[in-house]
Design a protein around this ligand. Structure first.
Ligand code: PSU
Ligand code: MN
Length: 305
């Protein structure tokens, strides 16, 4: 496999990996399609800073000039954030054409996992993952993120799943595909903006070391796929469930009314929810990403021991 043709790893990330120092991968669709400018760029740069302060090396992943770039520069992050929706949201199926044409793309959870795995990074922190959408029994809208979690050996740390998704079906899908769903300090699946969802995770683990130990076993055994670690939003930033769920329902109705589907669905819903809540949800979103970055650094450190 001629990886160097497709992959570009920054010198800092490369050196850290060679020396078995902790590295945490970060996605770029959250920058281009998940938050508005300039908060998206500020957040992405602060997340990198938090990971450094917690003793790990950040590796923001994106497709730049037809290469999966692992360890974007601040200039590249600024570029992706400014370009926003005009950047191609790149999932697994987008890689062949984008790379052959030498184009740019923002990596989703799926393609960030692919880039991380190719570079040798085991831990990836983000906000939320894609999943089984509400109404998937007729639309068949199931995010490629779930299949990637079943295939690619990277741990994904998120704040659970938003109720733009069908949380029950998302958990069923992950069970079928053999992906362990861990709650960090909780038995209940967090629902992104809120700490509770009414659904149970598979296992509660209370320390970064326990999470690293479980993932190490998965790697040692050669069991395909990753692991999903769900980390509840800190209490002080969590939102009122009735308020946020009413806004999510309204966003979903609007999405259906406008006939939005496919890869536009998730970015549309995220933007609509941010507008409906007057920026309150964005504040929560930013804080939960910071919280996941801290846990990501701690788990990456534990994995290196
Ligand atoms: N959920 C969020 N913020 C995000 C995304 C999901 O709260 O930014 C992004 C991630 O990049 C995720 C992608 O991988 O949306 C899923 O898109 P889709 O549902 O089209 O697979
Ligand atoms: Mn989809």
């Amino acid at each position: 496999m001629e990886l160097s043709k497709y992959l570009s790893v920054s010198p800092e990330v490369k050196e850290a990996l060679e020396e078995n120092r902790p590295v945490v991968a970060l996605e770029s669709t959250i920058i281009s399609h998940g938050m508005p400018y300039p908060q998206n760029v500020e957040t992405a740069l602060t997340v990198e800073k938090i990971i450094r302060e917690n003793g790990a090396v950040p590796a923001t992943v994106a497709i730049i000039g037809g290469r999966i770039t692992v360890g974007c520069t601040p200039e590249q992050i600024e570029y992706l954030g400014k370009k926003g929706l005009a950047v191609t949201k790149a999932s697994r199926r987008d890689l062949p054409v984008l790379l052959s044409r030498g184009e740019d793309g923002a990596t989703t959870v799926t393609t960030t996992m692919i880039g991380a795995a190719l570079a040798g990074i085991r831990v990836f922190a983000t906000g939320g993952i894609g999943g089984v959408h509400r109404g998937a029994e007729t639309t068949m809208d199931i995010s490629a993120d779930l299949e990637e979690l079943a295939m690619t050996p990277v741990m994904v740390i998120c704040a659970g799943a938003k109720s733009i998704l069908d949380l029950g079906l998302t958990l069923e899908y992950l069970e079928t595909r053999g992906v362990p769903v861990i709650g960090y300090g909780t038995e209940e699946l967090p629902a992104f903006y809120t700490r509770r969802s009414g659904f149970r995770v598979d296992y509660r683990l209370d320390t970064p070391e326990e999470i690293a130990d479980a993932f190490r076993v998965k790697l040692d055994m050669g069991l395909a796929g990753g692991m999903l670690v769900t980390n509840p939003i800190p209490e002080e930033y969590s939102m009122d469930p009735d308020y946020i769920n009413a806004n999510i329902d309204e966003a979903i109705h609007e999405c259906e009314r406008l006939g939005i589907h496919g890869k536009q669905t998730t970015p549309f819903l995220l933007d609509k929810i941010q507008k409906l809540t007057g920026g309150n949800s964005l504040k929560a979103n930013i804080q939960l990403v910071y919280n996941n970055a801290r846990l990501g650094a701690a788990v990456a450190k534990a994995l290196c021991r």
